[in-house]
Design a protein. Structure first.
Length: 499
C-alpha cells in the first residue's frame, strides 16, 4: 500500500496578505508529523511538500496522478479567497481517474468537517483533531479493507447523521509522537515543544482543535532536547518554537523550561518563541538568554481592558508593559500580537490603543507600525468568538463553507477609522515588498522609512480625533483615500528621486 502525505501549494491573498491568522503557526509541521507517524509504522509513505514559493496546483496534480497512491493525506490549510482552488484540485484528481482514498487533516478541515463532507463528495474522510493515530488506523483499515466508521477521530459522509463530535481525544503524552519529517533543513527550523494552550481566547482556533477547550500538554525536556540535538548534528543552529505558549502554565511550566534551557545551552543554538506577558520574569529571562533566546512574539492584543475582557484575554495592559520592558532590559526587542480593531471596540478604545503603543515605544519602526495599526480581529469557524457572534445574530458567514465570519463594528466611527487607516497601512506594506521601493523591507532608505512611519502615526491620531466628532459619507471617504494615497506617493517619490 502506497501513501502520499501532501502539503499543498499556497496562494497569496490580495486583501489578507499581511494577516497570519488563517491557521496557527504549527500547521507548518503537520504534514511532517503525519508522514513520520505513518512511516514509523512501517508504511510505504512519501512526503510531498508543495507549500513552497513557486509551487503550482497543476504541477502538483500531475505529480499526484503519476504517483497514484492508495491513500492521499492532505494538510488542508485555509488560504482566504483562493481556498476553492484546493478543492478544485482535489475534485479534478477524481475526475481524471484517481481512485485512491482522499483524506484531509489539520485545523481548517477539523473545525468545519461537516460542511466539507456534505458539499464535497470527492473527499472520502477527514481526520478531526489530533491526527497522527487516526491516519495510522485509517491506513490500516484501507489496507485490510475494513469498515472505517469506527475509527476514533475519523469523519466520513456516512457519519454525518450522528450529531456527536467525531473529534479524537488528544493524546495525553506528546512524547509518543515521532519527530516530524522535514523536506528542508535550510534557514530557521520550527519545533513544537507542546500541544494546545492553557488559555481560551475567543478568536483562537487552538482550543477548539484540542477538545473544544483550554488544554495544554508539554513534551518533556528530554524529548525536545533530543529532537534539537538531532538537528544540530545535521548543522542546524537556528530554531523557532512555534507553540502558542512556549513557557507553559504555572510553576510546572516554568520549571520545565528551566530544565530544557539547561539541556540546550551546550548546543550553542539561537532560538525564538511565542508566549504571554505573565509568563516572563527576571530569573527565567536570564536562563533563556544564556541558552540562545533572541526573538519573541508576545500576544498582547490590546491596550484597552474593555477590549481584552471581550476577547477573553486574561492579561492586562500594565502586565504587558512590564513584560516589554523586561525583554528590552535583557536585549530582546519583542514583536507584538495586537488587534487595533475589534467589532465591539469604541472610538475611545482606539485612542487607548494608540497611547499604549506610543508609551511602550512600539510605533518607531515602519514595518511594525504598519502591522500594528492595521490588524483587525479575524473571526474563524470553530472559535468561541464565532459561536458567540452567531448566537448574538451579528455574524455574517463568508468565505468557503462560511469559514470566515464578518461582524459589523458596533461603533460606525471605529469602522470609519479602520477603513482609512488600514488602507494607508496596506499601501505602505505592499510598497515594502517591492525591491524598487525606497521602503523595501530588506534595504530601506532610513530617512524615508522614518517619514513614512511618522506619517502613519500622525494619520492614526488625526483619524481617531476626527472620528470622535463626525465621519465622512462614502463619497467623501473615497476622496480621503485619494488624499492619503497622494501623500504616500509624494513621500516615496522623494526617496526615489534622491536615489
Amino acid at each position: 500500500m502506497k501513501i502520499l502525505v501532501l502539503e499543498h501549494p499556497r496562494m497569496a491573498s490580495e486583501k489578507r496578505f499581511n494577516d497570519i491568522a488563517n491557521t496557527p503557526l504549527w500547521s507548518c509541521l503537520m504534514g511532517g508529523y503525519a508522514a513520520s507517524a505513518l512511516e514509523r509504522e512501517g508504511m510505504d509513505t512519501l512526503f510531498l511538500d508543495r507549500a513552497v514559493p513557486g509551487a503550482a496546483f497543476d504541477e502538483t496534480e500531475e505529480k499526484v496522478l503519476s504517483l497514484d497512491p492508495d491513500l492521499l493525506c492532505v494538510n488542508a490549510v485555509y488560504f482566504w479567497e483562493h481556498t476553492p482552488v484546493l478543492f478544485d484540485f482535489l475534485s479534478n484528481l477524481k475526475t481524471k481517474g484517481f481512485s485512491g482514498h482522499i483524506n484531509l487533516f489539520g485545523f481548517f478541515p477539523s473545525l468545519i468537517y461537516r460542511q466539507i463532507l456534505k458539499e464535497c463528495p470527492y473527499i472520502d474522510s477527514i481526520a478531526v483533531g489530533e491526527f497522527e493515530q487516526t491516519l495510522v488506523e485509517l491506513a490500516r483499515g484501507i489496507e485490510k479493507k475494513k469498515r472505517l466508521e469506527n475509527i476514533q477521530g475519523l469523519a466520513l459522509a456516512s457519519c454525518l447523521l450522528d450529531r456527536d463530535s467525531r473529534m479524537r481525544p488528544p493524546e495525553k503524552n506528546p512524547d509518543i509522537f515521532a519527530f516530524p519529517k522535514r523536506s528542508s533543513l535550510e534557514g530557521t527550523l520550527s519545533v513544537l515543544a507542546s500541544r494546545g494552550c492553557y488559555n481560551h481566547c475567543s478568536f483562537c482556533p487552538v482550543p477548539s482543535f484540542y477538545n473544544q477547550g483550554s488544554l495544554w500538554r508539554g513534551r518533556s525536556p528530554e524529548n525536545i532536547a533530543r529532537e534539537i540535538q538531532d538537528l544540530v548534528d545535521q548543522g542546524i543552529k537556528s530554531f523557532y518554537f512555534c507553540d502558542p505558549n512556549f513557557i507553559g502554565p504555572g510553576a510546572g511550566g516554568r520549571k520545565r523550561i528551566m530544565d530544557l534551557m539547561d539541556r540546550i545551552r551546550p548546543m550553542n543554538i539561537r532560538f525564538g518563541m511565542e508566549t504571554r506577558p505573565q509568563d516572563l520574569d527576571e530569573p527565567l529571562m536570564k536562563k533563556l538568554i544564556r541558552s540562545g533566546f533572541q526573538s519573541l512574539l508576545m500576544g498582547i492584543e490590546s491596550g484597552s481592558s474593555h477590549v481584552l475582557s471581550r476577547i477573553d484575554k486574561s492579561s492586562g495592559p500594565d502586565r504587558a508593559a512590564r513584560a516589554i520592558e523586561l525583554c528590552r532590559a535583557w536585549g530582546v526587542e519583542p514583536e507584538i500580537g495586537f488587534l487595533m480593531f475589534v467589532p465591539e471596540g469604541r472610538i475611545e478604545d482606539l485612542g487607548i490603543n494608540m497611547d499604549f503603543l506610543e508609551e511602550n515605544r512600539l510605533l518607531d519602526r515602519l514595518d511594525r507600525t504598519a502591522n500594528l495599526l492595521s490588524h483587525t480581529l479575524i473571526v474563524l469557524a470553530g472559535t468561541s468568538g464565532y459561536g458567540r457572534y452567531q448566537e448574538e445574530g451579528k455574524l455574517q458567514k463568508n468565505g468557503l463553507f462560511g469559514f470566515e465570519g464578518r461582524v459589523a463594528f458596533s461603533d460606525p466611527r471605529v469602522a470609519w477609522v479602520e477603513d482609512l487607516l488600514t488602507f494607508a497601512c496596506h499601501r505602505l506594506l505592499k510598497e515594502m515588498s517591492r525591491m524598487e521601493s525606497p521602503v523595501f523591507w530588506e534595504k530601506p532608505d532610513l530617512e524615508i522609512s522614518r517619514k513614512a512611519n511618522d506619517f502613519l502615526v500622525d494619520l492614526g491620531k488625526r483619524l481617531i480625533r476626527d472620528g470622535r466628532k463626525n465621519i465622512l459619507n462614502k463619497e467623501e471617504q473615497v476622496t480621503k483615500k485619494q488624499e492619503i494615497a497622494s501623500c504616500i506617493d509624494t513621500l516615496l517619490c522623494s526617496g526615489e528621486t534622491r536615489g
